[in-house]
Ligand binder design. Structure first.
Ligand SMILES: [Zn+2]
Length: 90
């Protein structure tokens, strides 16, 4: 199974964690749908829907929503405040 990995801030763990995203193998689901005469389609659709809603998963606690890393957010805030200060100077 192929996976994408990112590092993000996990609010449940309280610090940066590794988040993984699994890929759905639609070919396998299509095969299962055919051999079960369409019965597997219900599972396929529910798996795809859940995956669309919550694609990422924290490797420690299972949380699904990685946030930007706090240091990166602080840098963004300071950059925004610099822009405001620059705007006031002009
Ligand atoms: Zn976590």
């Amino acid at each position: 199974m192929t996976k994408d990995r990112i590092r993000g801030y996990c609010p449940r763990c309280g610090h940066d964690q590794l988040f993984e995203k699994n890929h759905i193998h639609h070919g396998v689901h299509l095969f299962l749908t055919i051999i079960t005469l369409g019965l597997w389609l219900v599972s396929w659709v529910s798996i795809a829907f859940y995956h669309k809603l919550r694609p990422w998963r924290c490797q420690q606690c299972g949380w699904y929503k990685p946030l930007p890393r706090p240091r990166a957010r602080e840098r963004e805030r300071s950059a925004e405040s610099d822009e405001v200060r620059d705007g006031q100077k002009v």
